[in-house]
Design a binder for this molecule. Structure first.
Ligand SMILES: [Mn+2]
Length: 411
């Protein structure tokens, strides 16, 4: 028994606003599907962020449909959860994955948290934002109990875990139940393969370079997916690299011999069948950045899809710049620092979630998150209040002055 595990394909993403980059993401997805079929796996797991948004374009939907039908033709079913990109955080909404249920996609959701594939128990949950992590943990405990009845189990999640992720994680590594054999994770775009619980924990990473800060990992681990051999109790993981659609070139050029630098680069990219993306650092620039930019554009513009130049002016101390960059905090960290002063983790989580959703104009989802928060922390169970009254009445002959006390925020 073996399966393929992939995640974060972000179909529909148009990087730098370029239609070519959107097509690149589709092309890589198609290659991955072909590779999976060649590997003759028994099933596929997709750990979320299948699509870039919760309302994908028809092209994005059709690209996935084509892949799904190809797999179906080869007799390979797919299990999928929704990630933070393709989920709608509203109670009455459904992720786009649901459209494909009739075509055989096995959607793992809060209503339908598990499947059996032969003797393998496959359980999971969609993405939960930080403010709802209490709910997530209690659902994980339920799944862990169910997994205890099976020799082979897989947990599918789309979350950031502190051990592998920056400050915006939702789960700490200790929050994961430890009795699964394979942890099929998504969300982190770099490749991670670790030992955990009774077996393996894997983030296959994104299938294309979604952000340029993924280039370092791409050089080391490539992009792609994993094949997991699940014959024995401990799964064996094999990385399958799939080349991204075009090359990103990072190059430093010096102002003093700019012309030879540019012509060298021109020679390099001349033979590329797909125009690369150029990240250029031009060092020791005098005041004429416009002229330098025009020159670069003139020579390399037709041969590249996009040029992203950074001008470092002459006399700037490189070391100072680097130190400043590591010292400075991003908006997330600054907001977190401020929120932490309330001394209440749930408030910090709520604030960060609201910041993320509101900065993407997700007004209705923000309202839902707030409502959920107030339900969790201030909701009064009528039965509880009545019981309290009875208890008080038992203890006292006088008519008590009952004051309804809401559940404290600080639980
Ligand atoms: Mn993602």
């Amino acid at each position: 028994m073996k399966f393929a595990h992939l995640a974060d394909t972000h179909l529909g993403y148009r990087q730098f606003g370029l239609i070519e980059r959107e097509k690149d993401f589709y092309e890589v997805f198609e290659k991955i599907i072909d590779n999976i079929i060649e590997e003759k796996v028994d099933f596929v797991i997709h750990s979320g962020d299948l699509f870039e948004t919760a309302r994908p374009s028809p092209i994005a939907l059709l690209t996935f449909q084509k892949g799904l039908l190809k797999l179906k033709g080869a007799g390979i079913p797919m299990y999928a959860i929704a990630g933070n990109h393709d989920i709608v955080m509203r109670n009455d909404s459904i992720p786009p994955q649901v459209i494909f249920k009739k075509l055989g996609l096995k959607v793992i959701s809060p209503i339908n948290t598990s499947y059996m594939h032969g003797d393998i128990f496959i359980a999971g949950l969609p993405f939960y934002p930080s403010s709802q992590v209490k709910n997530l943990k209690s659902k994980l405990a339920d799944l862990s109990k169910k997994a205890a009845n099976h020799d082979k189990s897989i947990l599918v999640l789309h979350q950031g875990i502190d051990k592998y992720f920056g400050p915006n994680f939702e789960l700490e590594i200790g929050d994961l139940p430890d009795n699964f054999n394979y942890y099929a994770l998504g969300h982190i775009h770099n490749y991670i393969n670790d030992n955990f619980g009774k077996g393996k924990l894997v983030y296959p990473g994104s299938s294309e370079v979604w952000k340029t800060n993924e280039l370092k990992d791409y050089k080391e681990n490539g992009k792609g997916f994993v094949i997991v051999d699940f014959e024995g109790p401990k799964p064996v993981v094999k990385r399958v690299k799939v080349d991204i659609a075009r090359t990103f070139i990072e190059r430093s050029l010096d102002y003093s011999n700019l012309e030879s630098g540019i012509s060298g680069l021109k020679e390099t990219i001349q033979g590329f069948d797909k125009k690369p993306i150029l990240d250029l650092n031009i060092n020791n620039v005098e005041s004429d950045t416009n002229r330098v930019y025009e020159m670069i554009k003139e020579e390399l513009g037709d041969l590249s899809l996009m040029i992203r130049p950074t001008f470092n002016m002459a006399g700037e101390d490189d070391l100072d710049v680097i130190i400043n960059q590591t010292d400075s905090l991003g908006p997330d960290e600054l907001l977190k620092e401020q929120l932490d002063s309330y001394g209440e983790e749930s408030v910090t989580r709520l604030g960060l979630d609201l910041y993320h959703y509101l900065s993407k104009d997700k007004i209705e989802e923000s309202e839902d998150i707030l409502k959920q928060f107030f339900d969790d922390h201030y909701h009064v169970e009528i039965e509880d209040v009545e019981m309290d009254i009875e208890e008080i009445e038992d203890k006292s002959d006088e008519k008590p002055n009952v004051q309804v006390t809401f559940k404290e925020v600080l639980e």
